[in-house]
Design a binder for this molecule. Sequence first.
Ligand SMILES: Nc1ncnc2c1ncn2[C@@H]1O[C@H](COP(=O)(O)OP(=O)(O)OP(=O)(O)O)[C@@H](O)[C@H]1O
Ligand SMILES: [Mg+2]
Length: 232
Amino acid sequence: MSGLVAGYGATEVLHGVSLCVERGEVVSLVGRNGAGKTTTLRSVVGNVAPSAGTVTFRGEDVTDLSAEATVRKNVAFVPEERRIFPGLTVAENLQVGRLGGGDTAEARDPEAVLQEFENLREHPDRKGAALSGGEQQMLAIARALVAGADLLLLDEPTEGLAPFVVRQVEDLVRNLNDEGIAVLLVEQNVGVALELADRHYVLDRGEIVYHGTSDQLRENGEVMDRHLGVTT
Ligand SMILES: Nc1ncnc2c1ncn2[C@@H]1O[C@H](COP(=O)(O)OP(=O)(O)OP(=O)(O)O)[C@@H](O)[C@H]1O
Ligand SMILES: [Mg+2]
């Protein structure tokens, strides 16, 4: 995305955000509360209409596509609030994912996707409401994959999860990336971002204020302290 300006009503939240995720990469977008991370992801998937700038995916301008049309391009968004259906079983949640999904040729078989999720595959008949926070997060990601995903946008996937569950989500993201899925990862937990991503963009008040590799970011005490609130 290049020079993206977006907001809500008269309030401009993003003031010209440019970032890119190459094929097969994991890239993080980190920043404090209210920096505009979620708004950035929403702009990519067409939930927020940018007033300037462009979003391109595989060389194609997708800026003005609707959310539905973007999913059909195999860009999948897993929002912060993990919108799974509590009254439906694991298997049913995945079936629903298929309905909204990408071109049928690209969509994945729910059964096959389920096999990749250790915690879910044992309990396909369990209701969404009966799942732990970590399992719900896994299910939300699984559902996005069923729809077909070449680029996965994850909004704070580890929020509120116990440390050992955070490790499971990390393993899952790594495995998906090994299969060739590119990931744009929004995280408040800088440790998770450093662990998973190759490159990092730091967003502060709607502007990218830093870009670097994990090693570079880790060693940059000023950025960590000033923009991320991490004392090094
Ligand atoms: N639906 C909305 N309507 C109006 N303003 C909004 C809306 N959603 C977010 N905002 C505002 O836009 C700004 C950026 O919000 P955004 O959710 O993108 O930040 P964020 O970096 O994802 O924050 P967090 O870490 O809390 O999730 C904030 O000031 C927020 O209050
Ligand atoms: Mg957010």
